[in-house]
Design a protein around this ligand. Structure first.
Ligand code: ADP
Ligand code: GLC
Length: 484
């Protein structure tokens, strides 16, 4: 099949979270399975400089209306493998900026315009580039208008537009903007602007548009697929999703073990494996040293790497630490986001310099070293569509402590579920006390070496490789693609 993936983030070019990892790995595994894959994403600042050897500007001009004005863009191509390439949408006024979506915790005001342009550019390539995909898989709200743009263009000009699939990575981010900021730039006719179409409470909702106009919808874990159809987790789109539930499938993400492994990892000094864990012990000591915590193999080290956002339960981690730090334990955080939460962690670090280290920022190398050097990884999310970090932790022999929600529930086994296969600690209620109780359990597990070792080994040998995930996406694509 010819498959086009459209995404606002793509590892290793741009990343704020798991979306970047997931789409990069999906593209790679589809190409390895023999498909012809193109990934489209914006050419953000810095990409040209970092990849200048491999990036080629194509002789291709995108010219699209943006309301009453006209916008131009180019395409830069990067071939990753024979049947895997990236087409970057090159439009410096929109994408050559210090950050992807905003600065100082404030969104860029023209984000709707930036991603309407992106959607139009993708639709333009689908139609005119000379490589016609069988399926276009759009990811998250930023690419959400692509299905409706394709549908509209096919209706207008009578061409055979490809089938479309939406993948929801996070229902909490929808791209909901006023009519003036979004619809008026879309150049879509009024008949799309109604409650059965892309309208949402008088404005435009990009994600809703994709839910309504895609031929199939996937999300990133089976449990999240069920959750988002309920009022509790539906972020006001549950009714729209229930209507399309027969088209909705939950597919657990895979892990790219070429990147996230403990034996050949550029970010780790000491390789290790289930049979030889000495390297892990050394990584722990080095991590403690790097973070300014007293190096000590006997102290349980808890860690987390996260966006500092409401979703991630970083508030209940703070509460839990207040309750638990009297115990002999250490805690390391790498994260960025909400300025108040950043400050709260920094304050805690000042109060407990021998027990807490809070690194504010985005640091790929350190994220690997935290995964490798800690004993336990905290992920007490309010909701979690899939979550990649807990799966990375499992492979790194770092026992995840997770709330039973979304993909966390689908990927971790608690001793109460199966004592022999247990590889993590799960708790139900979203509260400081439930998390503290889970951490107390972890401290007990840490003392029971035999159980601790077994859980680590179970986690390290569980297999979330992309073959399974890729097969499920292929099945969905086949079900919607015309005549394949
Ligand atoms: P989400 O996509 O909701 O943020 P995931 O667990 O799916 O959650 O993926 C998060 C990804 O982002 C992981 O690869 C994680 O290592 C990475 N990440 C998050 N925050 C940081 C940070 N501050 N520095 C480096 N990597 C980070
Ligand atoms: C989103 C979700 C996360 C998921 C990631 C990749 O950012 O919050 O749970 O793992 O996308 O699909």
């Amino acid at each position: 099949m010819k498959i086009l993936l459209a995404t606002a983030e793509l590892h290793p070019f741009s990343k704020t979270g798991g979306l970047a990892d997931m789409v990069a790995a999906l593209g790679k595994s589809l190409a390895a399975a023999g498909h012809d894959v193109v990934m489209m994403t914006p050419l953000y600042r810095g990409i040209r400089a970092r990849f200048k050897e491999d990036l080629h500007q194509l002789d291709y001009d995108i010219k699209v209306p943006m309301g009453t004005a006209e916008a131009h863009g180019g395409i830069a191509e990067l071939r990753l493998k024979k049947n895997l390439r990236v087409l970057f949408v090159d439009q410096p006024a929109y994408y050559d900026r210090p950050a992807l979506y905003g600065e100082n915790n404030t969104e860029y005001p023209d984000n709707p315009e930036r991603y309407i342009f992106f959607s139009k550019a993708v639709a333009h390539v689908v139609r005119y580039f000379g490589w016609r995909p069988d399926v276009v898989n759009v990811h998250d709200w930023q690419a959400g208008l692509i299905p409706v743009m394709l549908k509209h263009s096919a209706l207008m000009d009578g061409w055979d537009a490809p089938a479309t699939v939406l993948t929801i990575h996070n229902l909490a981010y929808q791209g909901h903007y006023s009519k003036a900021r979004a619809f008026d730039l879309s150049n879509l006719p009024m008949e799309f602007f109604n409650p059965a179409g892309i309208e949402f409470y008088g404005g435009v909702n990009f994600l809703k548009a994709a839910i309504v106009y895609s031929d199939a919808i996937t999300t990133v874990s089976p449990r999240y697929a069920r959750e988002i159809c309920t009022e509790e987790y539906g972020c006001s789109l549950d009714a729209v999703l229930r209507e399309r539930q027969h088209r909705l499938t939950g597919i657990l993400n895979g892990v790219d073990y070429d990147e996230w492994n403990t034996t050949k990892n550029l970010h780790l000094h000491n390789p290790y494996s289930p049979r030889n864990m000495r390297g892990k012990a050394l990584n722990k000591l080095e991590l403690q040293h790097e973070l300014g915590l007293p190096p000590n193999p006997g102290v349980p080290l808890f860690g987390t790497v996260t966006r500092l956002a409401d979703q991630k339960g970083v508030d209940i981690i703070l509460g839990m630490l207040e309750e638990m730090l009297a115990k002999d334990m250490q805690f390391a955080l790498l994260g960025s986001g909400d300025p108040e939460i950043q400050t709260a962690y920094k304050r805690l670090e000042q109060r407990y310099p021998d027990k807490v280290c809070a690194r504010i920022g985005f640091d790929l190398g350190l994220s690997h070293r935290i995964e490798a050097g800690c004993d336990f990884f905290l992920m007490p999310s309010r909701f979690e569509p899939c979550g990649l970090n807990q799966m990375y932790s499992l492979r790194f022999g770092t026992i995840p402590i997770v709330r039973r929600t979304g993909g966390l529930d689908d990927s971790v086994v608690d001793p109460r579920d199966d004592l022999d296969l247990a590889d993590g600690i799960k708790f139900n209620e979203f509260s400081v006390s439930a998390l503290s109780k889970a951490v107390r359990k972890a401290l007990v597990v840490f003392e029971h070496r035999e159980l601790f070792d077994r859980m680590r080994k179970n986690g390290m040998t569980v297999d979330f490789s992309w073959d399974r995930t890729c097969g499920e996406y292929e099945r969905i694509y086949r079900s919607v693609a015309k005549a394949i």
